[in-house]
Design a protein around this ligand. Structure first.
Ligand code: NAD
Length: 704
């Protein structure tokens, strides 16, 4: 028999089964055809039990063993029963693999995730390559799913319950060393020797896990200890997810409920849970985001004209400059960080150092690497070395005249092909481009604060920017593992523009007598990481006020705010930066309670409004504004808005993005709600834009 997806060969009484055979994609996945071929091979192996010494599974692809089940298949599952049947089909094959009497060895080189790891766990031994790409994990929870091919059953058996729970509930990926340490991998070898050494594992080895692990296993292997472990895991999940995410809770139900069950009955509950989660809205939304993220790794309509940007410089060493220098150093760009004086430079270096220290503390970076990366940053007050840079990011004070002056000067110090960018959060990129002789190599590059935590970067175009500049920046942002969104110039660009109604409506609700607590809580209960008042404190009430004015001046009455920000500023309540905003903060920046002085001065809480109404009052104008960014061609597609808000302000991923959320609610219904508020609250702020009207009347969606 010949196979299209798998290779199968018998040599010296050993069976060699290769994945990724004839597959032109970078990643091999378990699609229907691969599973079918695998099933045939496993049955063949059963029939050859007596002839063979053992079977060795490997991949023809470098850096990918098996990347998991084909996620596209999940969309073909329309009922929970479909999902359950899909999971059971895989489980049956893996059970048959596990039931082989002959030795079976999975040789993992590269990515081994989800169904890939579930496959490997069904083999008697797993050996891994020392390649940097090797990573093993069960990331299903990140897609709102439970591993459905027996992973929740087999992983605890191999690594013990606490480690298995940690891996399955977080979806974390372990490198070769960690996989060996926790006991998933039996051995690590150089990738070139993996296949040759696999037969060594035909003799079942003694359990190589450490004594400590075995003691831990023994300690956890009783019903009462298990109960406590599950209780702690549940508490931790609820704390982290605030109960918004169904999958981790379902995983806990299945694993805890299955403690005393045999394989068949356990796996049925796992498959049932998979089926239920797979057709649920949350998993669909999280899968949607997964595909958006995958898609964002390549620029839409890329012409292939991007250049590689190797050396970088940052102008300004303040809050943002230090973070940008850190990012450049992390990506081996030997950055130059320029500021006006030594004091500024020290602040920037402190910022970069604190970002790297985080990695050292989490053992993701050695102390030597830390020293090396910090030494790679040249902190200086002049333009020495700028002629070697490919990319300059300006992050000086937010003032158009100063920025223009800085660009005019910088342009004379760099090569003609150096790309120059501004990190401005509110000034016009079109206007700034006028400062340059050659503006085709200039664009906005808007990072969010703090740079090391916030994944989004807006790349802002102007009329004269070249494709080469935009594409080079896009590729560079992807290389730094951040998420780029290309936007056209306009007040507030994309994210701050859509965020503005979040803050503005909170102010209006407060004026109407709804309490700060009720407003912030309603947004938290929607899934936002911070309520609008907490967010304003975080951004700085002074900064919020400035940006709000720019957006209002540019876009008009629908983006009006009331005077609450000004009232706060008169009392010098700036937010977290001076420890006094709508809330009070301690020296570490933690909220210590409400700012009573401010709350007394602000409108009294006199009105109880339902949480749903508060949410509608706040999110409807955001949806409306998001639609206008499409109308005004600030961005090209709904996905750009959703990526922007998820990665720029932490819009809850389980809702799939603001516009996907709007689609699921029905645009016609949302339009009706807007019209009601336009009558009862304010015409300017709630009148639906043309695109909403059109989609409502065509029964259309933002995502067609
Ligand atoms: P900051 O005040 O912390 O730092 C600005 C730094 O620029 C200071 O160290 C200052 O000495 C230096 N500087 C001023 N003129 C200079 C010059 N001619 N050459 C070199 N250095 C000069 O400011 P920040 O918060 O880091 O903001 C910088 C830019 O980033 C602004 O355009 C701001 O809008 C934007 N931004 C800020 C945030 C934020 O949350 N802080 C977020 C996104 C974007």
């Amino acid at each position: 028999m010949t196979y299209k997806r798998l290779s199968f060969e018998i040599k010296d009484k050993k069976a060699f089964v290769g994945f990724g055979y004839n597959c032109d994609k970078a990643m091999t996945v378990l699609d229907e055809e691969t599973l079918k071929e695998l099933q045939d091979i496993v049955e063949d192996l059963h029939s050859k039990e007596k002839e063979l010494d053992g079977a060795i599974f490997f991949s023809h692809k470098d850096r990918c063993f098996l990347a998991g089940a084909d996620i596209n298949l999940f969309d073909t599952m329309h009922t929970a029963a479909d999902g359950q049947a899909g999971a059971e089909a895989g489980q049956t094959i893996f059970n048959r693999l596990e039931d082989l009497k002959m030795p079976t060895v999975a040789c993992v080189n590269g990515v081994c995730l989800g169904g890939g790891l579930e496959f490997a766990l069904s083999c008697k031994s797993i050996i891994v390559s020392d390649d940097k790409s090797t990573g093993l994990g069960l990331p299903e929870v990140k897609l709102g799913l439970i591993p459905g091919f027996g992973g929740t059953y087999r992983l605890p058996k191999k690594v013990g319950l606490p480690t298995a729970l940690d891996m399955i509930l977080t979806g974390k990926n372990l490198n070769a060393k960690k996989a060996k340490k926790v006991g998933i991998a039996d051995e690590i070898y150089a990738k070139e020797r993996l296949l040759d050494l696999a037969p060594k594992h035909f003799k079942k080895k003694a359990d190589k896990r450490s004594m400590m692990d075995k003691v831990q296993d023994a300690a956890t292997d009783n019903v009462f200890t298990k109960k406590i472990i599950f209780q702690k895991a549940r508490e931790s999940v609820l704390k982290k997810t605030k109960g918004f995410y169904q999958a981790p809770l379902k995983i806990l139900d299945v694993m805890e409920g299955g403690v005393m069950k045999g394989r068949a009955s356990y796996l049925t509950t796992e498959a049932q849970a998979f089926g239920e989660l797979c057709i649920g809205e949350q998993s669909k939304n999280l899968r949607h985001i997964f595909f958006l993220m995958e898609g964002s790794k390549k620029m839409d309509d890329a012409k292939g004209v991007g250049r590689s940007l190797k050396r970088g410089a940052c102008l300004g060493a303040g809050t943002m400059g230090g973070g940008i220098a850190w990012l450049m150093a992390k990506n081996d760009m030997f950055p130059i960080m320029k500021d006006l004086n030594q004091h500024g430079l020290e602040l920037g270096l402190k910022q970069a150092s604190s970002n790297f220290s985080g990695a050292v503390k989490r053992k993701r970076m050695s102390k030597d690497d830390f020293e090396r990366k910090m030494r790679s940053i040249s902190a200086q007050t002049d333009y020495r070395g700028f002629e070697h840079t490919d990319l300059v990011i300006e992050a000086v004070v937010e003032n158009m005249d100063i920025k223009k002056k800085v660009f005019a000067e910088t342009e004379t110090k760099v090569r003609p092909d150096t790309i120059l960018t501004s990190n401005t959060s509110s000034l016009s990129i079109q206007e700034m481009s006028k400062a340059l002789e050659d503006s085709s190599r200039f664009a906005g590059l808007h990072f969010f604060n703090p740079v090391h935590m916030m994944p989004l970067v807006e790349i802002i175009k102007h009329d004269n920017v070249s494709d080469e500049t935009v594409e080079s920046l896009y590729n560079w942002v992807v290389k730094t593992k951040k998420t780029p969104v290309v936007v056209n110039d306009g007040p507030g660009f994309l994210v701050n523009r859509i965020l503005m109604p979040y803050m503005n409506e909170a102010g209006f609700l407060l004026e109407e007598g709804v309490s700060i607590k009720d407003i912030d809580d309603a947004c938290l209960n929607f899934g936002m990481p911070m309520g609008p008042f907490r967010l304003l404190d975080e951004v700085g009430i002074d900064v919020g006020d400035k940006v709000s004015k720019i957006i209002f001046d540019g876009l008009g009455a629908r983006l009006a705010s009331n005077g609450i920000g000004k009232q706060m500023l008169e009392k010098e309540f700036l937010g977290k930066k001076n420890s006094k905003g709508f809330y009070l903060y301690d020296e570490k920046g933690k909220v210590t309670g409400p700012n009573d002085e401010a709350w007394k001065m602000l409108p009294k809480a006199s009105k109880k409004m339902s949480e749903t109404e508060i949410q509608m009052r706040i999110f409807l104008p955001m949806i409306n504004e998001a639609a206008t960014t499409l109308e005004d061609k600030i961005v090209a597609k709904a996905k750009d808005v959703d990526l922007g808000l998820i990665f720029g302000i932490g819009f809850p991923p389980f809702r799939g993005g603001l516009l996907r959320y709007a689609d699921t609610q029905g645009i016609a219904r949302l339009k009706e709600e807007m019209l009601k508020f336009a009558d009862s609250v304010d015409k300017d702020r709630y009148t639906p834009c043309e695109l909403i009207n059109k989609l409502a009347s065509d029964n259309g969606k933002f995502y067609e």
